[in-house]
Unconditional design. Structure first.
Length: 383
């Protein structure tokens, strides 16, 4: 017997249970497709990111500092050994995970995390290690990037990792939130508030925009960012797209170009949390790039993926974005660089969506940022 359709995952039947404890298994009708949304695995402690392995299992990070393998059947492993020490205060901890483009031959896994320093300071760092065949340990772990400077803040680490078609690694970096630090987003001798581009071993590509400029850090790709927690490579153009947190209003979708200045904290489409103007109080300024799209109220973006699978042909080319404040999976229909339509999925479940990924079979998986976090699977209905 088939189950009745729910409106975008209505939580009515689950109202008597805490949202984090209620396993989901519902058929839903979205604007374009009929799908099933189900809990694939749960019991995770603030999962932050997932990456699919070639065998259909996945690596999942937990912010307190654990990396786990989740099998294709949803079984969660013991923590994988060899993960670097993380500073798990505030928004820090173990954050993104990405596979090397040549993972099937070199087994390299990349992790971003809050790296502890002296006197309570931290920075965003990226380490890589070789995953053993049983996915129980990382070996030869090496730090390939560490944000400069380390500062006394436990917020705005950025931390998304994205490899382009040439195998170069983009790392998104926050401006570390505090007003005394955020001005460094405009300074080229600091990594704060930047997107950097490095080679997989941490070396700097010769064609980075600030290579050879006196006083500029050569890893920098673009600057003037607030806190980029969603990033992905467009499958058609090969360009990096990113969505960053605004303050009170003004989340931004950008396509960061080499050497581009994206305005923070001089201009913003939002205001400070106390209602005061950001910087100049303006939304635009000469020499600063305009966003493709903004959100007020914010969605609080975290994690994104372009859809290119066969499970949902109606969604081909759409962009899916996790929403923390919006407690939604946001679908954006695109025409080139333009967003033509927005749909919000999973809203009624009331879960903070931290990351989203497309499975090898075309299903969509998301992780929820909760004490009892879960992996949810969105799959097409079968006749």
């Amino acid at each position: 017997m088939s189950r009745p359709f729910a409106r975008l995952l209505s939580a009515t039947a689950l109202a008597a249970l805490p949202a984090a404890a209620a396993a989901l298994d519902q058929d839903v009708r979205t604007e374009e497709v009929a799908a099933n949304v189900a809990t694939f695995a749960d019991g995770l402690d603030h999962p932050w990111a997932l990456a699919f392995l070639p065998d259909g299992s996945m690596l999942v990070t937990e912010r307190p500092g654990r990396l786990r393998r989740v099998s294709a059947a949803g079984e969660i492993s013991d923590p994988i050994a060899g993960v670097p020490k993380v500073d798990a205060r505030g928004q820090g901890g173990l954050l993104d995970v990405a596979l090397d483009p040549d993972f099937e031959t070199n087994r390299l896994v990349y992790l971003s995390y809050a790296e502890p320093g002296e006197g309570g300071t931290t920075s965003t760092a990226v380490a890589r290690g070789r995953l053993d065949r049983d996915a129980t340990a990382l070996a030869d772990v090496t730090v390939v990037f560490s944000q400069k400077p380390k500062v006394a803040s436990t917020a705005h680490y950025g931390s998304r990792l994205a490899f382009d078609d040439a195998g170069r690694l983009y790392v998104t970096l926050g401006e570390r939130f505090a007003e005394r630090f955020r001005g460094q987003a405009q300074e080229l001798d600091s990594h704060l508030g930047k997107i950097v581009r490095i080679n997989p071993d941490g070396s700097v590509p010769d064609d980075n925009p600030f290579v050879g400029r006196e006083g500029a850090l050569p890893e920098i790709w673009s600057y003037g960012h607030r806190n980029v927690q969603a990033a992905a490579i467009h499958p058609g153009s090969g360009a990096l797209w990113e969505i960053e947190h605004g303050p009170r209003g003004g989340d931004e979708l950008n396509i960061p170009k080499a050497g581009g200045n994206y305005g923070w904290p001089v201009v913003s489409y939002g205001v400070n949390y106390d209602g005061s103007p950001v910087g100049t109080g303006r939304q635009r300024a000469p020499g600063m790039e305009d966003p493709i799209r903004t959100w007020t109220p914010v969605i609080a973006p975290s994690g994104m993926a372009f859809y290119s699978g066969k499970a949902f042909p109606e969604w081909e080319g759409d962009l899916f974005v996790g929403g923390l404040a919006s407690t939604a999976l946001v679908r954006l229909a695109l025409d080139g660089r333009m967003v033509t339509h927005e749909e919000r999925l999973l809203e009624d479940a009331g879960q903070r969506i931290r990351d989203v990924a497309e499975a090898p079979g075309g299903e969509i998986y998301v992780v929820t940022d909760e004490d009892d976090g879960a992996i949810l699977r969105i799959a097409p209905l079968r006749d």
